[in-house]
Structure formats: structure tokens, C-alpha cells
Design a protein around this ligand. Structure first.
Ligand code: SAH
Ligand code: SF4
Ligand code: F3S
Length: 440
């Protein structure tokens, strides 16, 4: 690779943390003199930021790596980043010998040094971290693709070790950024015109300020009070560490969005115990009661795993009953997928796959009806939305409410409102996943 014309192509799979890591990786590469290209054929360095949360996600990565093999020419380099990189480590070189870089997210702070090794012609460069590092990935430049809404990482890694989950093995141990550094980033974003910030971590409620200055709720409040910031969200919350002061903060600070994503995984205390989630159904419902008793309505969403080993029909019914009780505005439901290294891998799992599929289907159908009713409650209301763009096939404008609901709307004004602007919409119609309205 010549120092002058180094180009890279990056493709991202997985969750919001991966999307945001990629923005930081791009920032790092650009600072090192690389230029991003949209076509892999035009790139000297092809990078893949990967996800391993379920087997399907991992398989997709290996299929794409097979596709990439065809692109191999002398001088071109391939790198695998992210959760599959950390999970499979040097085994990736065996499966895909044309790969020359394998690095997990806990090693990204070493990325500049790893790039130098690749450039000097080393064939097998690794950045693998077996839950060692205390360091977070700080970048001087983050290549955010949206000029209005952006992510800020507040905590990396995970120490929870839920029985089914790869994340503690792929993202390293929990490490928080200082509140000063998070706030400096929020202020810098506000100066650049950002109004909407989402604080990220696999478990944001475990946030521990290394400076000892701020609790998670205090950090939330401080970011929400940065001049120019109009909306602050956070994800993901873990029910065990979700404290009442978070609800109090949302109640008292208008720019904290009225939405909490609180993954429950199962409605059965017996199963929660087997999943090593460290809370019971009752404790989870106590948290929900705090949220429901807030002065302004707070929208709730969750994640559910269906068919965890040993899930009986009764356990599953408890999950259904919990959805009924909470009345979520959104549920991400997944069929259990056995993952490497995790303790659940060794549990007996007598439930046939067809039965798991039926349960998943039943749960999604039930939830769709709940959402149909929830979303219909907005008809006749006037909601503030942030404009995101256009829904081209229907000619509508797309916005998002503070509760994180999609609002498709029309306007009588000859000039369409700008992306990133805030305005009010009268809601006229609803669906289970979106609202329709007219600009007020
Ligand atoms: N940190 C978050 C979740 C991150 S993973 C939390 O604690 O809730 C996102 C979701 O993927 C999880 O909430 C879970 O519902 C799902 N998930 C994780 N591992 C899974 C597995 N092995 N099989 C199926 N779904 C899984
Ligand atoms: Fe996975 Fe549990 Fe950590 Fe969430 S809290 S990332 S589900 S181990
Ligand atoms: Fe996937 Fe890793 Fe995120 S496994 S869901 S990219 S933490």
C-alpha cells in the first residue's frame, strides 16, 4: 500500500454499538491517512465489523468472507473486526487464509499500531483481548454519518454473563468513560449542530464514573442539559441495575426522551434464574411500575428470548402474560440460539425447533395486537417530531417522536421541512408500528 493513496472499505453488521464503533474506526483510519471508498473493488483494505449474537449472524459473516475471497489480489488486505473476530480469534486465519487482520472491539485503542503492522506487510496481525483491557476506545475524530443525531459510548464491555450470551466474551470487561470525556463529546457535538444524542453501552446502568463524579442518572441529566441538545436516549438498560433515579431524571428533564428499553428476556422467574439474569419477574415488574407511575407517559420496549433450554409451555405463557401486563410499544423477540463459550450451551434442550418457531410466532402476533391498541391512542394527539427524511414511495415526510415512534406525515407547505428540524404533527391514523399525520 502506498502511503499517499491508502483506501479502505468497511461493512458493518450487528447492534448500535457496532455501528458506532465503525464510526470511530473510520475516524481512526482517516486520521491515519486512509480514504473511505464505497466499492470493495476500489479498496486496499477491506474491513468487516462483525456480529455473533445469534448463529445466523455469525454464519452471514463467513458467507460474506467467502464472497470476498474472489476479490483477492496481491496487495489487497482483508480484516475482520468486532464480535466474531474476538470470538474466533486466530481460527479465522485458518478458515480464511487471505485475512490478515483480526481484531475485537476491546483492542480498537491499538488500531493505529495494528495498521502500521499491516502496512509493513505482516500477514497475520491480531488485536485480541481476553477480558484484559481497562482501556476505552477514545478517538479524536468520529465519522458520524448523520449530522443531527449521534451516538456516544459511555461504557464498553459486559460483566453480566447471562447464560445464553456471547457479549462478555466478545466485548471484554466492563469499563466506563469518564463523565468529563462524555460531556466534552456531547458539548462538541452540540457545537457542530447535533440535537439528538443516544448514550450507548451493553449495560448503561452499570456506568461507574472513573472520576467518581456522576452516577448514571446524573450523567444522563448533565448530557440532557447541554445547551443545544433537545433529545437524549440511552440503551441498553439491565433490569437488575435499573434504579428509580433514572425515572426521576426523565420526569424532571424534558430533553430526556420518554422511552425506556428494558429487556426482560422471559416472564418466568424460573427461567430468568436459569438465564442468570439476576432478577425475578416481580422485581422486573417493580421497575415497570416506577416507569408507569411517572408524571408523563414513558414508552416501554423490550427484548424476549423464546425457547431457552427447558422453557415449558407454562414458562412461555408467563412471557405472554407479561407482555399483556406491561403493554409494550415494541418487542424484539428472538428464538434462542446456542452460542460458543456460553454456559447455556451445555443445558439439555428438549424443545423441538418447530415448537420454538410456533411460540415465537404466537408471541409476535399477540404483541402486534397490543401495539395496534397502543399506537391508536395517539390518534388526535399533537406530537413533536424530529424530521428524518422522506418516505419516497408515498411522498410522505418521516419523523420520530420523543417516544421513538415513526411518524409519516404530509404538509401543505410548498417547501418540505429540513431534515433534523423539529415540528408538530397532528396524528390522524395509526398502525402497529407507525403513526400517520399532518404537519400542524
Ligand atoms: N445488553 C443487552 C442485550 C444485548 S444483545 C441486554 O442485556 O439486554 C440483544 C438481545 O439479543 C438480547 O437482549 C437478547 O434478547 C438477544 N440475545 C442475546 N443472546 C441470544 C441468544 N444466544 N439467542 C437468542 N437471542 C439472544
Ligand atoms: Fe449479554 Fe446479558 Fe451482557 Fe446483555 S447483560 S450483553 S444479555 S451478558
Ligand atoms: Fe452483535 Fe456484538 Fe452487538 S455480538 S449484537 S455486534 S455486541
Amino acid at each position: 500500500m502506498s502511503a499517499a493513496g491508502k483506501t479502505f472499505y468497511l461493512e458493518t453488521f450487528g447492534c448500535q454499538m457496532n455501528v458506532h464503533d465503525s464510526e470511530k474506526v473510520i475516524g481512526t483510519l482517516v486520521s491515519q491517512g486512509y480514504r473511505q471508498v464505497e466499492e470493495e473493488t476500489a479498496a486496499d483494505l477491506i474491513l468487516y465489523n462483525t456480529c455473533s449474537i445469534r448463529d445466523k449472524a455469525e454464519q452471514k459473516v463467513f458467507h460474506r468472507l467467502q464472497d470476498y475471497k474472489k476479490l483477492f489480489v496481491e496487495g489487497k488486505r482483508f480484516g475482520v473486526l468486532g464480535c466474531v473476530a474476538q470470538q474466533e480469534g486466530e481460527k479465522i486465519f485458518e478458515r480464511a487464509p487471505y485475512v490478515s487482520l483480526v481484531a475485537g472491539s476491546a483492542s480498537y485503542h491499538r488500531l493505529p499500531e495494528l495498521l502500521v503492522q499491516i502496512e509493513s506487510g505482516e500477514r497475520r496481525v491480531t488485536g485480541l483481548d481476553d477480558r484484559q483491557t481497562e482501556q476505552t476506545f477514545e478517538t479524536e475524530f468520529t465519522a458520524r454519518s448523520n449530522p443531527h443525531r449521534g451516538y456516544i459510548t459511555i461504557i464498553e464491555g459486559c460483566d453480566k454473563f447471562c447464560a445464553y450470551c456471547v457479549v462478555p466474551y466478545t466485548r471484554g470487561k466492563e469499563r466506563s468513560r469518564t463523565s468529563d470525556s462524555v460531556l466534552a463529546e456531547a458539548r462538541a457535538m452540540a457545537d457542530q449542530g447535533y440535537t439528538d444524542i443516544q448514550l450507548l453501552g451493553q449495560n448503561v446502568n452499570s456506568y461507574r464514573d472513573p472520576l467518581g463524579k456522576k452516577s448514571f442518572a446524573e450523567l444522563l441529566t448533565a448530557v440532557a442539559e447541554v445547551t443545544g441538545i433537545r433529545r437524549v436516549r440511552f440503551t441498553t438498560s439491565h433490569p437488575r441495575d435499573f434504579t428509580k433515579d433514572i425515572v426521576d431524571a426523565i420526569e424532571s428533564v424534558p430533553s430526556l426522551c420518554d422511552h425506556v428499553h428494558l429487556p426482560v428476556q422471559s416472564g418466568s422467574s424460573r427461567l430468568l434464574k436459569a438465564m442468570l439474569r439476576e432478577y425475578t419477574r416481580e422485581q422486573y415488574l417493580d421497575r415497570i411500575a416506577w416507569i408507569k407511575s411517572a408524571k408523563r407517559p414513558i414508552s416501554m420496549t423490550t427484548d424476549v428470548i423464546v425457547g431457552f433450554p427447558g422453557e415449558t409451555a407454562e414458562d412461555f405463557d408467563e412471557s405472554l402474560a407479561l407482555l399483556e401486563h406491561v403493554q409494550y410499544d415494541g418487542v424484539f423477540a428472538f428464538k434462542y440460539s446456542p452460542r460458543p463459550n456460553t454456559p447455556a450451551l451445555h443445558l439439555a434442550d428438549p424443545i423441538p425447533d418447530e415448537e420454538k418457531s410456533l411460540r415465537l410466532q404466537a408471541l409476535l402476533e399477540r404483541q402486534r395486537e397490543i401495539q395496534r391498541v397502543n399506537y391508536a391512542k395517539h390518534v388526535g394527539q399533537r406530537l413533536e417530531v424530529m424530521v428524518e427524511g422522506r418516505n419516497t414511495p408515498r411522498g410522505q415526510i418521516v419523523g420520530r417522536s420523543s417516544q421513538n415512534k415513526t411518524v409519516n406525515f404530509t404538509t401543505k407547505h410548498p417547501i418540505a421541512p429540513a431534515t433534523g428540524s423539529y415540528l408538530h404533527v397532528e396524528i390522524t391514523q395509526s398502525f402497529p408500528n407507525s403513526l400517520v399525520g399532518v404537519m400542524a
